[in-house]
Design a protein around this ligand. Structure first.
Ligand code: ADP
Ligand code: ADP
Length: 216
């Protein structure tokens, strides 16, 4: 049976950073809903044009568009063994849809690591985040700097600051998380697959906590 891991936690807590490391460690594919939207925006697809209006304001893209995009991604052959989901689901409607679609793909959500940090830490991390244009690798100008400023260590592409990492949008995204995504903590706790992880540790220690929690 396939293994699906849902990474839960507020914007900036380190989901993308950890998802990339865990994908290497486990061999599962990393699926980031935010990266998929940004690829659509870059490619100027219809979905990208629609999504951009929401993302720019720090609001969630409507459930129907998001669910359709993830359904299409999960149907691809590289997800046969499972996936690490980063940024999806973000609402209970999305979580219900995920449960249904994984049933069709002979899978289920196995574990939900919930990574936590204070709002102060989130704002500090988001405001210093630099993202790579080619593959979405992330850095932090102080906490996790690249070897050479504005160049990705891994693929040499240019690093940029996301528009939605600017201060007013960051505050709105955290508020949206608390209103619309935080209910998933209770949702998954109730299903018995939530594992709390202290996200204020350094990157390596968060990875250690995650990997040991996944083995249990
Ligand atoms: P998310 O996907 O949850 O929004 P990211 O993985 O993009 O979060 O991380 C947000 C920012 O914080 C990035 O700049 C990243 O380099 C930095 N970061 C991630 N994890 C840690 C950590 N444990 N300690 C310090 N900085 C971190
Ligand atoms: P972060 O982890 O820093 O919050 P993401 O890259 O995951 O950022 O998401 C960026 C933006 O893309 C979100 O603020 C939201 O507008 C949109 N988005 C990503 N995933 C979803 C989702 N599952 N549902 C609705 N909107 C989403």
């Amino acid at each position: 049976m396939a293994t699906f891991i849902v990474l839960l936690g507020p914007p900036g807590v380190g989901k993308g950073t950890q998802a990339k490391i865990m994908a290497e460690e486990t061999g599962l594919v990393h699926i980031s809903s935010g990266d998929l939207f940004r690829e659509n925006i870059k490619g100027q697809t219809e979905l990208g044009k629609l999504a951009q209006t929401y993302i720019g304001r720090g609001e969630l893209v409507p459930d129907n568009l998001t669910i359709a995009m993830i359904r299409e991604r999960l149907a691809r052959p590289d997800c046969k063994a499972g996936a690490i989901l980063d940024g999806f689901p973000r609402t209970t409607t999305q979580a219900d849809a995920l449960e249904k679609m994984l049933g069709e793909f002979n899978g289920k959500v196995n574990k939900v690591p919930y990574i936590t940090a204070s709002e102060k830490v989130l704002v500090e991390r988001l405001s210093g985040r630099w993202t790579c244009r080619a593959n979405g690798h992330v850095y932090h100008d102080k906490l996790n700097p690249p070897k050479q400023a504005t160049v990705c260590d891994l693929d040499g592409s240019e690093l940029y600051q996301r528009d939605d990492d600017k201060s007013d949008t960051v505050v709105r995204r955290i508020q949206v998380y608390l209103e619309q995504t935080a209910p998933l903590i209770t949702y998954y706790r109730g299903r018995g697959n939530l594992i709390e992880i202290n996200g204020t540790q350094n990157i390596r220690d968060v990875t250690k906590s995650l990997l040991s929690a996944l083995k249990k």
